[in-house]
Design a protein around this ligand. Structure first.
Ligand SMILES: C[S@@+](CC[C@H](N)C(=O)[O-])C[C@H]1O[C@@H](n2cnc3c(N)ncnc32)[C@H](O)[C@@H]1O
Length: 204
């Protein structure tokens, strides 16, 4: 087991704190602002954790998939949605595995900074984006490495991402539309860390 999996298996126990639940409600609202009222056919929540964000899309999606590498997180996810037949989870690491389905909405919250090669995963998402689909990546704005108390032990590969970095990926991967906004300010260590929402689209 990697140090990161160990960390998230333990973190799963206390993940659904008041603070995380609150910040997730802001993330969900920020994403929904960019979606129409049409039912989402197939939705993917990458790095879904316990399913806090997924839950906001239960009614508006016909099929939902959560992907995560942490067994502890997925146990909570599966328990949360045990009565919802249209929700499933996959315990896979997308840095090594491939995907078989296409999705209309692909979203991810606070997982991208744990990836060794996030641009490669974004490229995989692009290949599996249904026509007129949208990709929503929520993550820390570029920070100085002080956000996590133990970067190595917590599997942190990137100290957030700047708008410029996301924009460069969008250009290099050939997305037709890209936008970025800071959607939340998180107070920690007597300072504030921005959390941004990057949106990638393939159609104009
Ligand atoms: C900071 S947590 C965020 C969880 C959830 N999205 C939320 O906002 O509450 C990051 C999640 O990403 C997952 N993760 C990290 N690397 C991953 C990978 N390569 N493939 C799938 N999941 C991964 C972790 O196991 C963890 O559950």
């Amino acid at each position: 087991m990697t140090k990161q999996s160990e960390h998230f298996n333990t973190a799963a126990e206390t993940w659904d704190s008041e603070e995380t639940i609150y910040r997730t409600s802001i993330f969900a609202a920020a994403i929904k602002k960019h979606l129409s009222d049409h039912k989402i056919n197939n939705l993917l929540d990458f790095g879904c954790g316990t399913g806090l964000l997924t839950e906001y899309f239960l009614e508006s999606s016909s099929s939902l998939t959560g992907i995560d590498t942490s067994v502890g997180m997925l146990e909570k996810f599966n328990r949360r949605f045990q009565k919802q037949a249209h929700v499933k989870s996959l315990a896979i690491n997308l840095e090594d595995a491939s995907m078989s389905e296409s999705y209309d909405v692909i979203m991810s919250s606070m997982a991208f900074h744990h990836l060794k090669d996030p641009k490669k995963v974004l490229e995989l998402f692009k290949k599996h984006l249904a026509p007129n689909g949208k990709i929503f990546i929520i993550d820390l704005d570029e920070e100085d490495g002080t956000f996590h108390p133990d970067n190595k032990g917590m599997g942190v590969e990137h100290f957030g991402f700047s708008q410029k970095e996301f924009q460069t990926w969008a250009n290099e991967l050939g997305f037709k539309k890209f936008s970025y906004e800071i959607v939340f300010e998180m107070n920690k260590n007597h300072r504030s860390y921005g959390i941004g929402l990057a949106i990638f689209e393939d159609s104009k």
